[in-house]
Design a binder for this molecule. Structure first.
Ligand SMILES: *Cc1c(COP(=O)(O)O)cnc(C)c1O
Length: 229
């Protein structure tokens, strides 16, 4: 039987150790990335106090959100946002981490139902210029912030990044950009989130100022993509 409690405590301890190393006393949030994992696994994590869960396959996520409505989960969409999927995302999630074009932000704002709270979003930035990666060019971030901050049904929270493996310098570059935005837009009170770090690189990410780490494997074990979900 998989020991969810032990896995979660280890991850929380790793985060704490990284905070100690970096002399940080502020909060680092743990997003449990539950993609490919079962409803039961999510319920088990929830029973341990976990409330924020991240998914990146939209169909799978929507099925889980419907099936787990009895729980008070804060759902984060962390996958790439396709233009024709914005409606489902805007109606099902509390957070979206992968916004990398203005048109996507505009659609999410337009399609967010009036009766729901503003949708929290992070701008995904391709900080290390990977060819294959989603995310906007670092040079385009200011212009996106300029526009997105005025969209009525969004709360612009910060930046999200997935650098190439073993590139901890990229985390520091992202932090620098994050601070540049904060300095340039002091009125943007919601700008408080640096979403970076996964199972294998959460220590360098937290040391570079991550305020939210997105952890799957270290919490739930390895993923089996062959299973029919
Ligand atoms: C899958 C995924 C994660 C979690 O990755 P692990 O290595 O399993 O911790 C984090 N962020 C994004 C965007 C992901 O797609």
């Amino acid at each position: 039987m998989y020991d969810f409690s032990q896995a979660r405590n280890q991850v929380l301890q790793q985060i704490q150790n990284a905070c100690d190393t970096a002399h940080r006393s502020d909060q680092v949030d743990l997003l449990a990335v539950s993609k490919t994992h079962s409803h039961d696994a999510i319920r088990a994590m929830y029973a341990l106090g976990q409330r924020a869960f991240g998914e990146n396959y939209l169909q799978e996520a929507c099925a889980k959100i419907d099936a787990l409505q009895d729980l008070e989960i804060q759902w984060h969409f962390i996958g790439h946002v396709q233009r024709n999927k914005t409606k489902l995302i805007a109606t099902h999630f509390a957070w979206v981490h992968g916004v990398d074009r203005l048109i996507i932000a505009q659609r999410l704002s337009d399609q967010r139902p009036e009766e729901m709270p503003a949708l929290n979003i992070c701008i995904q930035v391709n900080i290390d210029g990977q060819d294959s990666k989603d995310g906007c060019d670092p040079q385009d971030v200011m212009a996106m912030v300029e526009k997105i901050q005025h969209l009525p049904h969004l709360h612009l929270r910060g930046l999200m990044v997935i650098p190439a493996p073993n590139n901890s310098e990229a985390f520091f570059q992202t932090q620098k950009l994050f601070r540049e935005v904060a300095t340039r837009y002091p009125m943007l009170k919601s700008w408080d989130t640096l979403s970076m770090g996964m199972s294998s690189d959460l220590l360098p990410a937290v040391e570079a100022g991550a305020t939210l780490v997105r952890v799957g494997t270290a919490l739930f074990g390895s993923r089996d993509y062959s299973q029919d979900r």
